[in-house]
Structure formats: C-alpha cells, structure tokens
Ligand binder design. Sequence first.
Ligand SMILES: [Zn+2]
Length: 288
Amino acid sequence: MTLGGAAVTRVVETQVQMRTSLFADTPAQAWADNADLLSPHFWDAQADQWRIAMQSWVIEVDGLVVVVDTGVGNDRDRPHMPPLDHLRTDFLADFAAAGFDPGAVDVVVNTHLHTDHVGWNTHLVGGRWVPTFPNARYVMPEADYRFFGPGGDGENDGMRAVLADSVFPVAEQIQLWTGEVEISPSLRLRPAAGHTPGSSVLWLDAGRPAVFVGDLTHCPIQIRRPDDACAFDVDPVAARSTRRRVFGEAAQAKAMVVPAHYPGSGGPRITASADGFDVDGWLPLDTI
Ligand SMILES: [Zn+2]
C-alpha cells in the first residue's frame, strides 16, 4: 500500500494463538462485549484465545528500504517460548517474493530487543549466524541493549540466547540510540518505554502519517481498554501511560497505528473516546 510518498509492505512470518488470560486486567466478559471489534481476526471465541501475527513491515521512503522488526527467525533454541522454538518458515522466500533483496535493505529498525522482533536480523549459514541484511545498519535502542545485556536487570537465559544468535552477530552494523533518531526526513524513531525499557515507535510522515508501534499494543482490545496490560510488558504501569500517550498522539495526527502483531488488516486509525480510544478505519490490506 502507499501512505503518501511511502510504500509500505507487510511480510508475514507466522501466526499463533495464545490464551486470553495473558491479559490479566481484561475480564472474560470484556472480550465478548468487544466481539464487534475482535472477532474473528483478533479473537477466537471458541478457543478463548487471542490471535497474533509475527510479521515485518517494509517501508520504502526517501530512497531507503527500511525493515521494521524482524520476527522470530528460523532454527532458534527457544526452550523458554515453546511456540517459537526451532521455527521453520519461508519468511526469506516470502520477503523475496514481495520484491525485496536483503542486500538492498538500508536500515533495520528493531523497535525493541525481544525474541520476536530481532530473529531475522540473522540466519544460519554453514552453522554460523550471519547478518541477513549485509548492507544495512541495525538501529537498536540502547536502553534494551543494556537492560537485557550482560549484567543488566533483564538478563536471563532466554535473553542470553536471543542476543547470542540475533544481536551480537550483527555487532559491526549496530547503531545504538537514545533520545530520538531521524532515520530520514520522513522517518523518526521516538522512545516509548514500558513494554521494555527501550521500546520505541517509528513515525512515518511522507504526506499521510503512520506510527509503527511495535509492542505498544498486542491486541485491539487495548484500543478500547488502553489500561489493560499484556503479560509480556516488562513495566505494565509505564506501558499503560505510554500506550495512552502514543494513542493520543496518533488520534490527534489522524495517523495509522501499525503494531507488530495485529493480524486482520494490520493496523487501525483511531479516535479518542470517553475513557479510551476507538477504531475509525483500517489499513487497506488483505485480512489474515
Ligand atoms: Zn512482540
């Protein structure tokens, strides 16, 4: 699709379902009450599970090819996350079929450093993890690099594995950032701490604004109920206020909101409502 002078392409890696109890603040009734918004693409009522897409967004603007988040990746040891353990998908073939050459990618944005956002940073060649995008700079939030890295408060076995196979092998191409980063005249990375300390959102404005929000929201129930945390939020209190702030900015700017994990048509335009927000339209993409 085009958004003003930018072309935006979705490349889906895989889809999974998880139990709705991962939204501990969301009563069971709230899922049913919001079925008009959630069913069928975001909520499987029968199984009482919410639906998650693993996907990358590719933005072509200002003469650059920018990949936003890189999914889970193949062949990873992820014993802490069984649905993602040793995944095998055709992501790279799908990436090529969408018309992209990994060698022609200029910038990779990892909105944060969780396992499902850095996977295709690398791939396995002859038993070694090598950069998937050999000519790109990989733009990563320094706060996450420190938090999850050696000696950081977020260091654990799971994150050690993620950094070892998906981050450290691209070390020579990494640009760590704090504050804000202008990637190009139409693209600006801004902090959005909460889900993780370094979580960030990427604003695009080439005539029609959009904000790529990573894991600011995992499911559209959080548009109507922005105070509801997801179990994957490292700091649920900060995540809540950041969600309200960024949703407010997006509503004000009439910007499309493009999360990392929404299936359906990928992302909504939102408006402010009495105590939350509501959906006012969707990206013009095929639903998944
Ligand atoms: Zn995620």
